[in-house]
Design a protein around this ligand. Structure first.
Ligand SMILES: Nc1ncnc2c1ncn2[C@@H]1O[C@H](COP(=O)(O)OP(=O)(O)O)[C@@H](O)[C@H]1O
Ligand SMILES: [Mg+2]
Length: 332
């Protein structure tokens, strides 16, 4: 039996570099259980050089090979880009794999790019008739856009300003006072070419895992992020002192709400042509309105991450899931 060479590509220069390394260990542990796989881990360092698992520098070549210092080459069969945020979840790495004709795990570059931009995501969701929070989007830091933002603020009073192409709550600010609008808008434009302003929702944050399993799309019951600070900031997400609690299964939700959330998640997954996996996040208000906040096409896989917990909580096994995707992609 010849083994399959599986590339785990992790790191990246973004804010989630360290989280990616932890998620990569999750994949490595699971893949190591299958003796048919030979695992090759490559880290994209913060300075964008690439390091092979034994510490040698390496490159990925067009034909889907790793070329390691000294000219050793390894032909890869399947790649797993475990990179949250740029350049993985944002689509650049999937595009490279597509050019290489290398089968890989996760969404295509096109879906990744659409879902990583908070504005294109909203436009697609609206056209799929999936409810999103009221918003405006801003294209320049200039007077016309500042006016547009002020008009929006007058109606909504409490808003969130978000740089369009960021994750981990970076470039994301709650704004409750008109005097702070201008300075926060300016900061957002330092992160992204577009900025989204949306109504601040008071309510619960629910998440579901959506994934392809044994030939069909599965949606877990909602889990919940309980964040006493109200804003699930970068610090709340990754700091050891975080007060935030995560529940793989949310409590006290009516069957109707659960059904609606799952239905929106399934429709978003299908409509956006998300592939293999996504964690899809929602807000639920006290009056029962549901808004889809964002799909995450490469969610965290750390020991406290929701995606694998909700998949297992849904009665499925992560290894069976991953093996199923790998064999489907290698045989298609
Ligand atoms: N419209 C909103 N109303 C209330 N809280 C929000 C809103 N948008 C974002 N948040 C808070 O900010 C966090 C990060 O926003 P999100 O859009 O999920 O960006 P990211 O891609 O950085 O995760 C959310 O988990 C939530 O706690
Ligand atoms: Mg989020």
């Amino acid at each position: 039996m010849t083994s399959k060479n599986i590339l785990i590509l992790c790191g990246g220069g973004g804010t989630e570099h360290e989280v990616s390394l932890v998620s990569a260990n999750f994949f490595q542990n699971i893949l190591e259980e299958n003796k048919e796989y030979a695992i090759h881990k490559v880290t994209i360092e913060k300075d964008s050089t690439r390091t092979y698992q034994d510490g040698r520098k390496c490159e990925l070549r067009r034909a889907g090979e790793i070329v390691i210092e000294g000219n050793e080459t390894i032909q890869i069969d399947f790649a797993i880009p475990v990179i949250h945020g740029p350049p993985g979840e944002s689509g650049e790495i999937p595009a490279v794999f597509e050019l290489m004709n290398l089968p890989y795990f996760g969404s295509t570059h096109e879906t990744s790019t659409i879902c990583f931009n908070k504005i294109t995501t909203k436009l697609w969701l609206e056209s799929l008739n999936i409810p999103v929070t009221p918003y405006v989007y801003l294209t320049e830091y200039d007077e016309a856009n500042i006016l547009k933002l002020k008009d929006f603020f007058k109606i909504h009073k409490n808003i969130f300003l978000k740089a369009s192409n960021q994750g981990s709550s970076v470039g994301c600010y709650p704004v409750g006072s008109e005097s702070n609008l201008d300075s926060h808008l300016k900061k957002c434009f330092e992160f992204s070419p577009y900025v989204l302003a949306e109504t601040s929702v008071v309510g619960r944050e629910l998440e579901v895992s959506v994934y392809e399993y044994e030939g069909s799309i599965q949606v877990s019951d909602p889990g919940e992020i309980i964040c006493p600070a109200g804003f699930y900031s970068y610090e709340e997400k990754y700091n050891n002192e975080s007060q935030t609690q995560t529940l793989a299964k949310a409590e006290n939700l009516s069957p109707e709400i659960i059904k609606k959330v799952k239905d929106y998640a399934r429709r978003a997954f299908i409509g956006l042509k998300i592939r293999h996996l996504a964690r899809i996040d929602f807000f639920l208000t006290s009056t029962g309105s549901i808004y889809l906040n964002e799909p995450n096409t490469f969610p965290g896989h750390t020991p406290i991450s929701m995606f694998p917990m909700m998949l297992e909580g849904n009665g499925h096994n992560y290894r069976t899931f991953l093996d199923g995707i790998i064999s489907k992609e290698l045989n298609s």
